[in-house]
Write a protein that binds this ligand. Structure first.
Ligand code: ADP
Ligand code: MG
Length: 728
């Protein structure tokens, strides 16, 4: 009989909580471990400070002399904060963050020991990172990769290491990471949006994309996780019957946070605050053991870095509190999964949120311009946006009646829909003075008022306008936000460039006034992007049919979703925006497909192991007990035993039926894997895993979960849902 389950449960029951007391004001602790402007002021020369600020603001270069000065100041500060090592912190295509530590310590030729860190080490490093996925870039070009300092995200001390955010690129220039393309996308959206924002305010010189993510996650006792090979290895339960009491009662949602968890959160938030991650809200989520954390929004590049850093911190601090944090999008079948909403907007260096309606008609026209252009961008590139959130784990969640479907559509609410309907009626060409007044007074002038009571929020929409920002809701909880942010900012930049051109033509060639030209172009966009707007229930079957009629993309699985990356249109877009070259796009597609294949392959292997080595032996053992019982009854009662053993015999047969289904299906799954593995074309292989291997999982699971309900609880080897999801 398996003991690990019961030992784990006993261990989890005995846990004492680790008390964390919240001391000090957050505002005073904020960014204590970050080399921000305040510290730079202390540790850098005026010249170096100016150069760094210039690099942050306009991407200016930093020469070696200045780099040396910055490194010197950074080192002095970091050592004073207790750092002994430094590390280039980068984001390889695995999706998470990576680091390689070097000690400040060095020896001079005469044997004198000293702490060394110069401009060279700050600006560029060559980590031996040849094992990170690169989609063939490094083999093809025999290019080595190096990491290069990103001054726009400040260095920080994490543990005893000075971490320097960097991009990871090949010597031939190709990006090997998720940060470099994001920076390029942020750069083009800045250029394109600034040019358009100048129609409304000449003083705008820079536009930044802002991102506020909301991170959902599960916490489960560490011992319980160790008792489940499927969760430990794949991040999710491959088998497990839903508990009698799950989330039906909604009693966990926004309920009192369990004290063990609260202590974890307190410690996490303290560390976040020191690292400059502006965490703000914490609460229970819908599912038992599910929680959410959200910060105040920040510039997108910094927000992405902070989210990755947060996930790392969470794992470390959870471990200390004897928890395992699960970022998988669907750790428990039948129970809500986790996502990471990406709230996104554009903001000027004059402090204006371009997606926030203002107090004057002109400001509102500016709002409408950015609002409608975003809608148009998503309409043009819906499939591409979908591809940016594709992963084996997120496939479980999208469209599962708890998260938006794989179809992209935009919800804007009834009031803004009415505004767009009115604008659709704007006359072609020049506008009469009456029409202008009417637009000013009754359409554009009224937006802030109506938005105030626009509390109507459609939770089923994948891309919703929520008052002063768009909220992208399909992003996976495990994902690196850099991917969707790269695509979203690229398509919006492309769209704004096109808009600017069209407006300028109307002004220069047709003699229209600026606002007339803008109204004219927006009117056409409203007409041509209607299919992407949907206010109804995104979870419904009818919507799926309607979306198909509208020719919206609906790629339910990752291999399907990733195809669009290398379409002619996508390649042209990435190239024209200088975000990704064809080689880089192809590489990324390959890396994603490979990751998909690996994930399903690993799940398949673990599944076989669980079935053959845990579930079948335990079930047979229980079946033997029943058989022994029937034989005993026969010994006592002879032919009359049937009267007493009917139930047992029925159970023996039921168990035998499930066992043979499990055996046959898992053998067939092994064969399907073998077939898939023999395919060399990576695309075809991914489809084979998706269409031929993966469907067995559900089928095998069904029979395993039936057995879980039949077999003696004491004999069942796998920790059950009700045990995993019980929190003291
Ligand atoms: P909710 O939408 O849940 O009612 P909020 O509107 O306060 O709550 O914001 C939710 C998330 O959106 C937060 O993470 C917040 O930082 C972010 N957010 C708010 N404004 C912006 C913005 N202009 N740009 C990007 N993110 C934003
Ligand atoms: Mg939200």
């Amino acid at each position: 009989m398996s003991k690990i389950r019961f030992e784990a449960i006993a261990e989890s029951h005995k846990r004492a909580r680790i008390e964390i007391t919240e001391t000090g004001r957050r505002s005073e602790m904020f960014r204590a471990n970050v080399f921000d402007e305040e510290k730079m002021l202390q540790y850098l020369t005026k010249e170096a400070l100016e150069k760094v600020k210039n690099a942050i603001f306009s991407g200016g270069k930093i020469d070696r002399k200045i780099a040396n000065q910055v490194a010197e100041g950074m080192k002095a500060w970091a050592i004073a904060r207790g750092a002994t090592h430094y590390s280039h912190w980068f984001q390889p295509l695995t999706g998470s963050a990576a680091e390689k530590h070097d000690a400040f310590f060095d020896l001079l030729p005469d044997g004198t020991a000293l702490e060394k860190f110069g401009g060279g080490q700050l600006v560029q490093q060559e980590p031996d990172a040849s094992s990170f996925p690169n989609g063939g870039i490094r083999n093809t070009f025999e290019a080595r990769g190096y990491t290069a300092w990103d001054p726009s995200s400040p260095a920080f001390v994490y543990g005893s290491t000075l971490c320097i955010p960097t991009v990871f690129v090949a010597y031939t220039g190709e990006a090997l990471d998720n940060k470099a393309p994001l920076l390029r996308a942020l750069n083009v959206v800045d250029e394109a949006a600034t040019a358009v924002a100048k129609y409304f305010d000449k003083n705008v010189t820079k536009v930044i994309a802002t991102l506020g993510w909301e991170q959902e996650y599960f916490l489960v006792d560490k011992a319980l996780i160790h008792s489940r090979p499927d969760i430990s290895i794949t991040g999710r339960t491959l088998v497990g019957h839903s508990p009698a009491k799950g989330q039906q009662l909604d009693d966990h949602y926004f309920g009192i946070i369990p004290s063990r968890v609260l202590n974890f959160m307190k410690e996490l938030e303290k560390e976040c605050t020191l690292l400059g991650i502006p965490v703000k809200t914490r609460h229970n989520e819908v599912a038992p053991n599910q929680f959410e954390l959200a910060p105040v929004f920040e510039e997108a590049n910094l927000a992405v870095d902070h989210n990755l850093l947060l996930m790392d911190l969470m794992e470390k601090i959870a471990d200390k509190h004897y928890f395992t944090v699960l970022f998988h999008e669907k750790p428990f079948a039948g129970i809500n999964g986790s996502g990471k909403h990406n709230n996104w907007s554009l903001s000027t260096d004059t402090g204006v949120n371009l997606l926030s309606p203002g107090s004057t008609p002109m400001k509102n026209l500016q709002f409408l311009t950015f609002f409608i252009n975003t809608i148009k961008a998503v309409d043009s590139y819906d499939a591409l946006l979908r591809s940016s959130i594709a992963s084996a784990s997120n496939d479980h969640r999208l469209g599962a009646n708890e998260a938006p479907p794989a179809i992209f559509s935009i919800f804007i609410g009834s009031q803004l829909s009415a505004v767009l309907d009115e604008l659709e009626g704007v006359s072609k060409g020049k506008l009469s003075p009456e029409e202008k007044t009417e637009l000013k007074l009754n359409v554009v002038g009224k937006i802030p008022e109506i938005l105030l009571d626009n509390t109507d929020r459609n939770r089923t929409s994948p891309f919703a306008f929520t008052g002063n920002k768009f909220e992208m809701r399909g992003v996976g909880s495990k994902a690196n936000c850099a991917k969707p942010m790269t695509i979203l900012n690229t398509i919006v930049a492309k769209q704004l460039q096109g808009f600017k051109k069209e407006v300028d033509v109307l002004i220069d060639k047709k003699g229209l006034k600026k606002d007339e030209a803008i109204f004219n172009v927006l009117r056409e966009y409203i007409k041509t992007s209607k299919r992407i707007r949907f206010e109804g229930d995104g979870y419904s079957k009818e919507w799926e049919k309607e979306a198909q009629r509208r020719k919206l993309s609906n790629n339910k699985t990752t291999p399907h979703a990733l195809q669009v990356l290398t379409s002619k249109e996508s390649l042209a877009l990435f190239k024209s925006m200088n975000v990704l070259s064809e080689v880089e796009v192809t590489a990324r597609q390959e890396v994603e497909l490979e990751a998909y294949i690996l994930q399903i392959q690993i799940e398949g292997r673990v599944f076989n192991e669980i079935v053959n080595n845990l579930i079948i032996p335990a079930t047979v053992e229980y079946q033997n007990t029943l058989i022994k019982n029937v034989l005993g009854l026969k010994d006592i009662y002879g032919a009359a035993h049937k009267k007493f053993s009917e139930g047992q015999l029925a159970l023996i047969e039921k168990i035998a039926e499930h066992l043979s289904e499990i055996k046959n299906k898992s053998d067939a799954m092994i064969q399907a894997r073998k077939n898939a593995n023999s395919i060399t074309d990576i695309n075809k292989k991914a489809f084979a895993y998706c269409d031929d291997v993966r469907p067995y999982f559900e089928e095998i699971r069904y029979h395993c979960d039936r057995l879980e309900r039949l077999v003696d609880d004491r004999a069942w080897p796998l920790t059950k849902y009700r045990e995993l999801l019980l929190m003291k």
